[in-house]
Design a protein around this ligand. Structure first.
Ligand code: PHE
Ligand code: NA
Length: 454
């Protein structure tokens, strides 16, 4: 591997790239509906619990593992012992599957940037989505018709993925992140300021934050919180291992992990307040309660939000444009990290050049994405996402914590990252990695397997 050419140019560049990976569709589109669906404000309790006991510890683990082994997930696991290499390939596969549909959701955002100018979704965004324009449905029966205009937009998303990853770490991913992330921060501020200053905003924000404490007793809520933490921090996908492998030898692992997590969760929270402020305004205008649409996967971003935009007193086009542009930028800065995590194993394992590996991954990824541009796209998206997350990612989390904690030994990694970090992590980290994370995840996976079967 040509590690010298493959390094972050600066610490800021690395942090912006990891925040770029972490902040994504998950923060705007997934976080709000998962929180809303799982006890509203009460969801924040298991969310922070999962963040502190598993999310941040795993992020530290992945950064330091990649940096120490100087390889993608597959090479890093192979370097511990050949017999663990498959864990890396499993996460590579899960990540590849994820990008195929993640890219399609980005393409909807792109289309909506354009639609924002005419509010083409009209007065009924729901019908728009399922009707002739996007032609999505939740049934498998409409598999036949591929939607050409979505297909073209998906091709554009893959072209952007390709161009950025093709150019390498410093000239591609890092440079793109340095452009994207400041823009995203500004867009987010505009949305939030507009959101909280609308009449009725406070009711929407209350809906978002109001705790339903009975939800805490529901194991499904806890599993959802863990799933959201993995998804939102991009851990267990090989992404952060790969990004860590491009760190210079002496880099502050612990601080970088905390900065990335805090920036990511802060972003979710602030955008959530802005978006629900706007939704609250809408519900005040119509007198309708904030409906269950929010709790559907595409509901908030592509149905409720367009509806709310239509009702804004001023700047409708502007706000619609800003919102979907933010979604698109957040999405691309995440999808390039996924592509990188699939490209790197091909370079490591088969000695492919970056250009060759990137072309193969993006070509195959585009083909995979076409499945979701059919009329049955939404149906496939929901089903595949469910299994990919539940049994792909959660199981990688268990294996990664167990193998690195017990076989490679958490103590060994901690002795590696503490001396190069600004502040020191205590033995609590070993306990999280060796006991808490694998144990809790195993309980949750077994529990949901049981519900799945019965
Ligand atoms: N963290 C991203 C988001 O919240 C998604 C992502 C998952 C990115 C896995 C990379 C790997 O949208
Ligand atoms: Na995120």
């Amino acid at each position: 591997m040509q590690q010298e050419e493959n390094q972050w140019g600066s610490r800021l560049g690395f942090i912006l790239a990891t925040i770029g990976s972490a902040v994504g569709l998950g923060n705007i589109w997934r976080f709000s509906y998962v929180a809303y669906d799982n006890g509203g404000g009460a969801f924040l309790i298991p969310y922070f619990f999962a963040l502190l006991t598993t999310g941040i510890p795993l992020l530290i683990l992945e950064f330091s593992f990649g940096q120490k082994m100087r390889g993608s997930a597959t090479l890093s696991f192979a370097k511990i012992h050949k017999k663990w290499e498959w864990i890396g390939w499993w996460s590579t596969l899960v990540t590849f599957v994820l990008i195929t549909y993640y890219s399609v959701i980005i393409s909807w955002s792109f289309k909506y940037i354009y639609y924002a100018f005419t509010q083409a979704w009209g007065s009924n965004p729901e019908a728009f989505l399922y009707g002739t324009h996007l032609n999505l449905s939740s049934g498998i029966d409409s598999l036949g018709g591929i939607n050409i205009s979505i297909l073209a937009t998906v091709a554009l998303v893959w072209l952007i993925n390709l161009v950025i990853v093709y150019n390498g770490i410093e000239a591609g991913v890092e440079k793109a992140s340095k452009i994207f992330m400041p823009i995203l921060a500004v867009l987010m501020l505009i949305i939030t300021v507009r959101g909280v200053t609308l009449p009725g905003a406070i009711d929407g924000i209350n809906q978002f934050l109001e705790p339903d404490f009975s939800a805490l007793l529901n194991p499904k809520v806890w599993l959802a919180a863990y799933g959201q933490i993995f998804f939102t921090l991009s851990v267990c996908f090989g992404v952060m291992i790969t990004y860590g492998s491009y760190l210079p030898k002496k880099s502050d692992i612990v601080n970088n992990a905390f900065i990335t997590s805090l920036a990511n969760c802060g972003f979710s929270f602030i955008v959530g307040i802005g978006v629900f402020g706007i939704v609250g305004y809408m519900s005040a205008q119509t007198g309708q309660p904030i409906n269950d649409v929010v709790a559907q996967s595409i509901g908030l971003a592509f149905i409720v939000f367009p509806k709310a935009i239509n009702m804004l007193p001023t700047f409708q086009t502007f706000l619609g444009f800003i919102f979907f542009l933010a979604l698109g930028i957040a999405g691309i800065s995440s999808s390039i990290s996924m592509v990188e995590a699939v490209v790197a194993p091909l370079m490591d394992k088969f000695g492919f050049s970056r250009k060759k590996a990137a072309t193969i991954v993006c070509g195959a990824g585009f083909l995979g994405s076409t499945l979701f541009t059919t009329g049955a796209g939404l149906y496939f998206l929901d089903v595949i996402d469910h299994y990919n997350m539940q049994f792909g990612v959660a199981i990688i989390g268990i294996l990664e914590a167990a193998v690195l904690g017990w076989y490679y030994k958490a103590e060994v990694l901690r002795k590696f990252f503490n001396p190069i970090s600004n502040f020191q992590i205590g033995t609590w980290w070993d306990i999280m990695i060796k006991f808490i994370t694998p144990l809790l995840l195993t309980i949750m996976v077994v529990k949901s397997l049981i519900t799945e079967i019965s």
